[in-house]
Write a protein that binds this ligand. Structure first.
Ligand code: OVV
Length: 399
């Protein structure tokens, strides 16, 4: 292929928000990686990075590639965001640093230790209720049910109306793409969902011992205002359910497709934790998001102007053959250190410890009961502006 002149990026007409791309992004990822370290997506007038090295370079330099202008296609400096921006996701230092410390304390390994046994018993109970040898849809019964129970319990939100958490996550993550039909469909439920979420962020609605209450306790200490506390709690509810549900569904899909890998986890359930890292690499739930340049910058020989949107293709970086040997092979014993499934840098997933605890509990409970995980029919992929998962995953488990 002809190299573009120095300074000018490769150009592509790939549409990362088309049904074809979102249904099977991997061939497109390869084209984007091979096109160059930075690619200009003509249709959306944004840059994209798909190789592991420039993805990490972008995420490692928050001063140049900021989040305060939004991490979706929309530039918040030009377009009014659909909701009050997140004090974590859509904020830069120094505010981000302060808010991150508050939520980080609530989600620290020390703070989460007490949740482990309740996650394990909830996983045991859900798995015990699954049919042995009969078909069922693993999306509602396992992938969604588990975080709706344990994460919502951990935060301390009411049991009534919890399904709104899934609808809200669907809005939040679809809103990072263009204002397309997918976005509009997700927003169709806003009138019921948004008020429920806003209520659930209030101190008097949250249980007194949950993660939500801990944010308000930090407000009592003066770390943040009460208004900010509500918005930080909103981040739990935005980021903590759909992502983990996708992680569980993607894990089940990986194992159904790779029975030899499930056999390894069965033989040694302690592998469950490492296996989830490989799931995050191989089928990353949060596939893509944007940064915005704060200045003109050269990235691997390409010059990007200030105020440019840069699409960061997490899912592509996680399968970059420049970093990974045989990247399209799902291997639970692979050294997964360096995957960006939880992001990278100052905005790296603050909930990654609780996510790992959740998925590990589910996989370990499944490994104790079931020898076989098989597809019971064709799965229906979720076609979503940023998440990769399934809307239907028919499985048959066998003991
Ligand atoms: C990582 C993430 C995704 C979506 C929403 C948020 C965070 C938030 O802070 O609201």
């Amino acid at each position: 292929m002809l190299e573009a002149p120095r300074g000018a990026p490769a150009t592509s007409d790939i549409d990362p928000f088309s049904d074809a791309y979102l249904g099977d992004p991997y061939p497109f990822h390869q084209q984007l990686r091979d096109a160059g370290p930075v690619v200009w997506l003509a249709q959306w007038q944004v840059f994209a990075v798909a190789r592991a090295a420039p993805v990490k370079a972008v995420l490692g330099d928050w001063e140049t590639f900021c989040s305060g202008a939004g991490v979706g296609l929309a530039n918040f400096k030009v377009e009014t965001p659909w909701r009050t921006p997140s004090l974590l996701l859509e904020t830069d230092p120094p505010d981000h640093t302060r808010n991150r410390a508050v939520i980080g304390r609530a989600l620290s390994p020390a703070s989460l230790r007490g949740l482990k046994s309740s996650f394990e018993s909830a996983a045991e109970e859900l798995v015990a209720a699954l049919p042995d040898g009969a078909d069922f849809d693993a999306v509602p019964l396992l992938a969604e049910a588990f975080p709706l129970k344990v994460f919502a319990d951990a935060v301390g939100v009411p049991a009534e109306g919890r399904r709104h958490l899934l609808a809200y996550g669907n809005m939040v993550f679809n809103a990072m793409g263009p204002r397309n039909e997918r976005f509009e469909r997700a927003m169709a439920h806003a009138a019921q969902v948004v008020p429920w979420i806003e209520r659930a962020c209030q101190r008097d609605v949250l249980t007194p011992s949950g993660l939500g209450a801990q944010i308000y306790a930090a407000a009592d200490e003066g770390a943040v205002s009460a208004r900010e506390a509500a918005l930080i709690v909103r981040s739990f509810l935005s980021a903590g359910v759909d992502t983990t549900a996708a992680g569980i569904a993607n894990a089940l899909y990986c194992f159904a497709r790779n029975p030899d890998q499930w056999a390894r986890v069965r033989a040694d359930p302690a592998l469950a934790r490492a296996a989830f890292e490989e799931v995050l690499r191989f089928e990353s739930p949060f596939q893509a998001f944007f940064r915005t340049t704060t200045r003109e910058v050269e990235l691997e020989g390409t010059v990007l102007p200030a105020e440019a949107k840069v699409l960061v293709l997490i899912g592509a970086a996680n399968r970059d053959p420049r970093q990974w040997e045989d990247p399209d092979r799902f291997d639970v014993k692979r050294k997964t250190l360096g995957h960006v499934g939880f992001g990278f840098g100052i905005h790296g997933c603050v909930g990654q410890m609780i996510a790992r605890m959740e998925v590990e509990a589910v996989l370990a409970a499944l490994a104790r009961r079931f020898e076989r995980i098989a597809l019971a029919g064709p799965p229906t992929a979720l076609i979503h502006n940023t998440l990769r998962s399934f809307v239907r995953l028919p499985l048959r488990l066998g003991s």
